[in-house]
Design a binder for this molecule. Structure first.
Ligand code: NAD
Length: 475
């Protein structure tokens, strides 16, 4: 696999990075190893497009974005297969994520001609109004766990707002971003509207975060890199959206439907092999139903099928050998910390970076497996005795992304939703929601919000105009 131009941006040098299929460990291609010079070229190409994009009638902006949604939809099967090969995720999951991408583009296409300011009555003789302008070029640094989905989540509102964009995909999973850039051009956007620079985080990513030519930066990834990106962006006072990690709990009260909850808990911590930022990686359960629920969860987790994503099993592999070592290290750590593994492990294929789902009971808040993001199919179970303790446990990590609440008592659900320190609360449906509802975190899980209309604010800036008007007299 080779390509000299990506989204209208020539990549220099000739150095490449291997792309691996994590289901087999085999190299399936190579992509250019872009660096600072390539980022300069991509930003320059995007800046050249920015005036045209800004000048486009807003209704036309919406039409073009809707055409892009149509192009992604038409290429859906190809994109899903590419994503599966690159990430290892089950094909049906990749299909669902591509459908989600189409939904992002459609949703923000509908918003493109509704981005208006306001008039503010500040007194006679004055006209005060605001306009919402595109920031010019938006930068997007994307992780490997849901590559196309994370790209579309932020690039769709950026385009709707009238910007050009430069994207740095994760080095492990660059393939769908490249195809996305081709589709952008194919539907008639000016060349360079979405530039994709493949490469390493420390090279292309760092250069993009520090670039003086970008008007905003959206970073989705780990806390450690998020901090580095914030520092780099501070140099040019670039506004940054950070969507970082999580240690999201599912809180289960004794009155919940335990069969249904067991299904949701297992999906919550194993979907995408646990590699979702909002994975429900902690189970906080009323002691009265602890043993019953743990048995149901362990039985379901042990029955999951693992295999190459293209065969559409329940679970694919982890993304890389390095990440497998990291997650397996946490499983060993949990045993050393004194937690207990329950249930029989699911069968694991020999080739590829597979890891069986692991359920730990007897997890105390002081354990690292209760506090740190593992980003693999590992569940930490802790019992509670009352609502106050459940809330304290839920709030007792440095993260604040998702919280699941399972109960038939609506008052209790809404009371607990009010008390948890997190950006996204799901009652009786883990992973519930849509592109139309804001998503993001508190504490170390990040700043800013994506999805929903509020996300558009990150790609627009408000200009205020105050005019003295209505002067009497004159000639
Ligand atoms: P990562 O931080 O290692 O990498 C993310 C991106 O940053 C990659 O493109 C990488 O190349 C780039 N990068 C690395 N070093 C850089 C640097 N110095 N400067 C600029 N860019 C750099 O994260 P990951 O391992 O790819 O992704 C997993 C993490 O992402 C998890 O913590 C997960 O929770 C988080 N995540 C969060 C959300 C959310 O919405 N909150 C969504 C998905 C993933």
């Amino acid at each position: 696999m080779s390509s000299a131009t990506l989204g209208g941006t020539a990549l220099s040098g000739g150095a490449t990075l291997a792309v691996e299929d994590p289901s087999t460990g085999a190299t399936i291609g190579h992509v250019p190893r872009g660096g600072a010079h390539d980022v300069d070229l991509a930003v320059a190409a995007a800046r050249a497009c920015a005036p045209t994009l800004r000048a486009a009638a807003s209704v036309e902006r919406g039409r073009r974005l809707r055409a892009l949604a149509g192009a992604l939809d038409a290429a859906g099967d190809e994109l899903a297969r590419l994503e599966t090969l690159d990430t290892g995720k089950p094909l049906s999951l990749a299909r669902g994520e591509v459908a989600g991408c189409v939904a992002y583009l459609d949703y923000y296409a509908g918003a493109a001609d509704k981005l208006h300011g306001e008039t503010i009555p500040i007194g006679p003789g004055s006209l005060a109004y605001t306009v919402r302008e595109p920031v010019g070029v938006t930068a997007h640094i994307v992780p490997w766990n849901a590559p196309l989905s994370m790209l579309c989540r932020s690039v769709a509102p950026a385009l709707a707002a009238g910007n050009a964009a430069v994207v740095k995909p994760a080095e492990q999973t660059p393939l769908t971003a490249r195809r996305f850039a081709e589709l952008v051009e194919a539907v008639g956007y000016p060349a360079g509207t979405v530039g994709v620079v493949t490469g390493l985080g420390a090279e292309a990513g760092a250069a993009l975060a520090a670039h003086p030519g970008i008007g905003s930066l959206t970073f989705t990834g780990s806390v450690a890199t998020g901090r580095a990106v914030l520092r780099a962006a501070a140099e040019h006072v670039t506004p940054v959206v950070t969507e970082l990690g999580g240690k999201s709990p599912q809180i289960v009260f004794a009155d919940a439907d335990l069969d249904d909850v067991a299904r949701q808990v297992v999906t919550g911590f194993t979907a995408n092999s646990g590699q979702y930022c909002d994975a429900g990686s902690r189970l906080l359960v009323d002691r009265a139903v602890h043993d019953e629920l743990v048995a149901l969860v362990a039985a379901r987790a042990g029955a999951l099928t693992l295999g190459p994503g293209i065969d559409d099993p329940d679970l694919g592999p982890l993304v890389s050998a390095e990440h497998h070592r990291r997650v397996a290290g946490y499983v060993a750590l949990g045993r050393r910390e004194g937690a207990t593994v329950v249930g029989e492990p699911a069968a694991v294929p020999e080739a590829g970076h597979f890891l069986a789902p692991t359920v730990f009971t007897g997890v105390t808040p002081a354990m690292r497996i209760a506090q740190e993001e593992i980003f693999g199919p590992v569940l930490a179970v802790t019992p509670f005795d009352d609502e106050d303790q459940a809330v304290a446990l839920a709030n007792g990590t440095d993260y604040g992304l998702g919280v699941g609440i399972h109960t038939r008592d609506v008052d209790r659900a809404l009371r607990v939703a009010d008390r948890v320190d997190a950006g996204y609360v799901m009652v009786n449906e883990y992973f519930g929601g849509s592109v139309a509802v804001p998503f993001g975190g508190t504490k170390l899980s990040g700043t800013g919000r994506e999805r929903g209309l509020v996300a558009l604010d990150s790609y627009l800036r408000t200009k205020t105009v105050v005019a003295r008007v209505g002067r009497r007299g004159g000639t």
